[in-house]
Design a protein around this ligand. Structure first.
Ligand SMILES: [Zn+2]
Length: 397
């Protein structure tokens, strides 16, 4: 077995890697799976063309026109979009046992549970993550009791540095960062101190902090000042108070400076208070595109506003982002946010064979923001088929 570092070095010469003598001698077929005739969109390789994708041993072997060789399984992707498996860096899939399987059918082959649990209940989300078919990790909520209706850290004692550190120490391999939910109804006037403590915990393990922005008591620039490169701001289209734009629709200079320092900005669709069309429009109009798209998925969100990751991506198409930009945000950009996804988010030869086959339909589709505003788009992405580690998985019907 190669470790990951060795693999990355070797993957640059993927052709050599796959010519290991006798590697496939036992099998009569050259490929385990071919995804045939789809429009392959792989932003990491600037590829947008009709191609076949040949897969063997859980890895992408080749992407080219008309693969002639035999395969054990074939997916007919003609008329469909073939993208790298979707990576959702803000979901709550680990809140329920069947969350991972439901997301997988939507094309999500990698995910991060963004703080469903704190130190006290982190074992529950970790258990779901460990039994999930996909690559996944969890963020620990700095509020030790996790998500609370009365506010995770309204009682500042719950932002317990010692408890969070101990929980990470026990689960270092599954905890990928620290989540700090900072809006008024979650942290109240404690927001800054909660973030300071989250950073104290995260920094000691060299992990990122992910902040839930919008409707905070503290001004956003004061919060951004505590962030380090690699940290993530989610709910970037949240309306005032304390959104990323000022009253005249200009991006705050501190926000631009934060991006320059290597802080990422994420959608975090969700259902309450995070996404308002007019704010999203102004932010995009100012040229400040998201680094990543994410669903903030919950079981309830499947029937309300969020629906599935391809639906969330479609909202950004409606708002004017290009298809390749939207796919990049949901794949390669997301893969760069967490080391666990390092050989994912692309269809290049040698990468893990995680593939989302999507159906880009033209028509009239209604989308909703978090404030009951409806808008109509002309395109909607639907999940069609998912390939995980080289194998076709059940699709949502
Ligand atoms: Zn969330």
């Amino acid at each position: 077995m190669m470790n990951r570092r060795q693999f990355v070095c070797t993957a640059t010469s993927a052709a050599t890697f796959f010519r290991v003598p006798g590697a496939r001698a036992a099998s009569a077929k050259k490929y385990d799976l071919i995804v045939k005739g789809g429009r392959v969109l792989d932003p990491a390789n600037k590829l947008d063309a009709i191609r076949d994708v040949g897969i063997a041993d859980g890895r992408i072997v080749v992407v080219k026109a008309d693969i002639a060789a035999d395969a054990t399984d074939t997916i007919d992707a003609r008329g469909k979009l073939v993208a790298p498996g979707l990576i959702d860096i803000h979901t709550h899939a680990a809140r329920v046992k069947d969350g991972p399987a439901l997301c997988l059918a939507d094309g999500v082959t990698g995910w991060i549970d963004a703080g469903s649990q704190g130190a006290d209940g982190i074992g529950e989300t970790i258990a779901v993550a460990k039994s999930a078919p996909q690559q996944c990790r969890v963020l620990i909520n700095i509020g030790r009791a996790g998500l609370l209706p009365e506010g995770d850290t309204m009682d500042l004692k719950r932002a317990d540095v010692g408890a969070a550190r101990e929980a990470i120490g026990r689960n270092r391999e599954m905890i990928a960062g620290v989540k700090a939910r900072l809006s008024r109804d979650v942290a109240g006037a404690n927001d800054f101190e909660v973030l300071r403590r989250a950073q104290e915990v995260a920094s000691s393990f060299r992990l990122p902090v992910i902040i839930h922005m919008g409707q905070t008591v503290s001004p956003l620039p004061k919060l951004l000042a505590v962030l380090k490169p690699g940290d993530i701001v989610t709910h970037m289209f949240a309306p005032p108070p304390n959104s990323i734009i000022d009253d005249s629709g200009r991006i705050l200079p501190e926000v631009i400076a934060a991006r320059r320092r290597g802080i990422r900005f994420d959608l975090g669709n969700g259902r309450t208070g995070h996404l308002r069309w007019d704010i999203a429009e102004q932010v995009l109009h100012a040229g400040f595109l998201p680094d990543t798209l994410s669903t903030d998925w919950t079981p309830e969100g499947r029937a309300d506003q969020v629906i599935d990751f391809p639906n969330v991506m479609s909202k950004l198409l409606m708002l004017g982002m290009r298809l390749d930009q939207v796919v990049a945000c949901a794949t390669v950009n997301a893969s760069r946010a967490f080391p666990v996804f390092r050989d994912r988010g692309t269809l290049r030869a040698g990468a893990a064979a995680d593939v989302a086959v999507l159906d880009l339909r033209e028509g009239t589709f209604e989308f909703m923001d978090n404030f009951g505003n409806r808008r109509t788009g002309r395109q909607r992405l639907f999940p069609n088929a998912t390939v995980l580690a080289g194998k076709r998985v059940a699709t949502r019907s």
